[in-house]
Design a protein around this ligand. Sequence first.
Ligand code: AHR
Length: 512
Amino acid sequence: MAEARIVIDRDFQVGPVPRRLFGSFVEHMGRCVYTGIYEPAHPSADEHGFRTDVLELVKEMGPTVVRYPGGNFVSGYRWEDGVGPKDRRPNRLDGAWHTIEPNTFGLHEFVEWAKKADVEVMEAINLGTRGVEEARALVEYANHPRGTYWSDMRRANGAQEPFGIKLWCLGNELDGPWQIGHKTADEYGRLAQETAKAMKLVDRDIELVAVGSSNRQMPTFGDWEHTVLKHTYEEVDYISMHAYYYEDNGDAASFLAEAVDMDAFIDGVVATIDAVKAAGKHRKQVNISFDEWNVWYQRGLDGEDQPHNVAKAGWRVAPRVIEDTYSVTDAVVVGTLLHSLLRHGDRVTIANQAQLVNVIAPIRAEENGPAWRQTSFWPFARMSKLATGEILHLKVDSTQTPTEKFGDVDLVDAAATWDEETGKLALFLANRSLSEDAEISLDLRGLAVSGISSAELLTVPEGGDRHTANTLHHREAVGLTPLTSIGVEDGVVRGSLPALSWAAIQLDVDRV
Ligand code: AHR
């Protein structure tokens, strides 16, 4: 019988839950902006052209911070094209995604949308084709109160008050040969250092993210972080991580264990940051912004990589690009990736699931049609809501399961938080087995449980299989159902977790 005993001790704390861990990403790519969050002709559009059906789902999902406007897109973007009267904004060719960018949605629209969605803005600047001058102009435009060239232009464009954007990314994936303006680590490190300095001279309260590796498989991974941080350590607050190479290519056991890879990837970047800190005798602490992560089926059904297909189709506005449909299996993996991020919440203090709508996204929306939640919506929505207070360090003693990629791994993956103020303990669990239920028991130390406040489950629905997904015609095939197989007996929580499932359990607890 598969089983897991989980020891939870209130004194074994990783640190406070960083609320920015539940971030998302809106790029001018495919249909994320146009016909995603913005569609003036849609029946649900408000006076700004924002789709309120999508906005409602975003609020329900609960991202805390949203990165914008790219992604690869930002490395060829002129932010000035997206401000001022819409009828004077130019159409531009976006080389990153082979798209015509109409610029009818830009900085002002995004800031307004973010207010409505109740999220913090995380703005990326172009360090591919542009540099210090354009970056400091943008900070002045966005954050300086008034009385200067750029701040008065913002006011003339309708925003009297500064946007007050705190969080800025110094470019995007500049280690990647595909990136417009690709650079060596030294070239990027020096440019990022000088740009950071100039931006902070305009607004010393901003926080800056240096570009890390595009993924762990990059040949320069490790050296890139080391060199970039040697140049920028004193000027930046975070280094980025990106990871998308999680996909179900038939080896389901390895796919379900990808959080093992994410754990190791994070540990490697933490080690590199701390090595540079030690060697440079720095006192401040740089942390990690994991600002692009998700499951992504990089190859379309015809076996060609999806962005390549876009280029073949010619120049268009808002084409369908990488609109992956996520299954039950994908949702369980997304849940475990969120566990990994939470377990590392002392060092990964920002994370953005990429992207928010349509493009590898938890929310889908059809032009002039409905919007709906993908399977992957649910783990994010529940963790963003329930993970509050302190992250706890768990001891999980689980049945092992073999994988091709990682050897034996825990069959049950878990993460937990304890909020002393509300008296709630949130426990997130995944059963990686495709066929076996797992018996769970909790050994709570320093806490007494008085009841289960909520317990919800995502698993294969009746009549479905592990590939079942929510689609245009079956928009609610997969959702959360009550987890009834878990209970409290003589103060002990135990029960069973169905095969291939993810669960969110909230317990009422008291300190003892
Ligand atoms: O999110 C899709 C793309 O993936 C982003 O534009 C890029 O940064 C990454 O490679």
